[in-house]
Design a protein around this ligand. Sequence first.
Ligand code: C5P
Length: 402
Amino acid sequence: MLAGKKVLVGITGGIAAYKTAEVVSRLRKLHAEVHVAMTKSATEFITPLTLRSLSANPVYVDLFDEPKLWNVEHIALAEHVDAVIVAPATANFLAKIAIGLADDFLSTVLLATRAPIFVAPAMNQAMYLHPATQNNLTCLRERGVKIIGPGTGFQACGTDGIGRMTEALEIVETLAQFLSSRKLLKGKKALVTAGGTQEPLDPVRYLGNRSSGRMGYAIAQALQEAGAETTLISAPTDLATPSGVNRVSVHTALEMFEAVLSRFPEVDVVIKAAAVADFRPAVQAEQKIKKNGSNRVLELVPNPDILAELGRRKTSQVLVGFAAETENLLANAEDKMRRKNVNLLVANDVTKQGAGFGSLTNIVSFLFPDGRKIDFPQMSKHEVAQHLIREIANLLGVESKE
Ligand code: C5P
């Protein structure tokens, strides 16, 4: 299943390091080429010899060792691999990579690689729940690092709680699923919209919404990783453009309309994750509006519905819409799916805890015009994006390589 795929397994110094031997062994059984890099403290828990035997490759620990395979090994390895998994990832190691430290072999490779990075945190629950660790995980997630687990249960320190490393089987399944869908959309052109549009009232004010852009950015990254040539039409957000994605910045719904419609004929798939303002101020004041103690009435005019327009114009393109609702989720979403003529509608109740605007996670359902419906549990926006890629590939008639 993973023949031809090259995986770097990073091991840091936690007691769960013994479980990583099984990760390496399972990856090899799936025919992946496995390289292992360990931090110094990881070698206190499990020997490099074990990993060398299981991976059938030299194990990297010290940045200044004699070269084993290449000349500048950390760079060569960084460029060579298709994915990196750090398991277990200790609190200390997460902190290091969150700020970009590179003081040993593994952290240096992580800074140099462009390959997707997975981490499987493992630590005592107090350390895991500490705001410092949580901030580091948020920072890494926003940078596109994929976090696997941790799970809840008995911990080596004798307590019960969150912080157990995810089991080897699940880690390997997550990696295998990701790597096998990697080039699923190769040769396809994708357009994603993200963020909340801003409709100016005067030179300093605008009407906006609470969209963070996270869902759309996660989708753009997943499309790019699946091999699609990806353009992201983005309303203002604080997020970094995922690497390899072509970003076009817009402010208003009208600008987004132009940017999307002009590219529509050449693309295979459009995902409209942006929160587009339905109305804009009828006039934009040239100077800052002054208060004068009396009421002010704001006249709004409707913006074009970009998705509905795409639905009217579409030929062979796959169209994916979003429905962020605060009431009657399913009825509103189904109505939207038909009115806008989309192939897949992602519905989410934005009033739910762990879903919608600003949240790192989402709780969604996929609705299809043939009546099919898939309900997902709460998951990260990056995981939602992975599921979306698979459905888009199906809708485009792309054969899954699984
Ligand atoms: O009708 P509603 O705004 O709830 O529909 C949401 C979907 O329609 C989203 O996919 C959104 O990006 C898209 N939309 C649009 N243009 C608008 C309003 C919404 O493309 N003016």
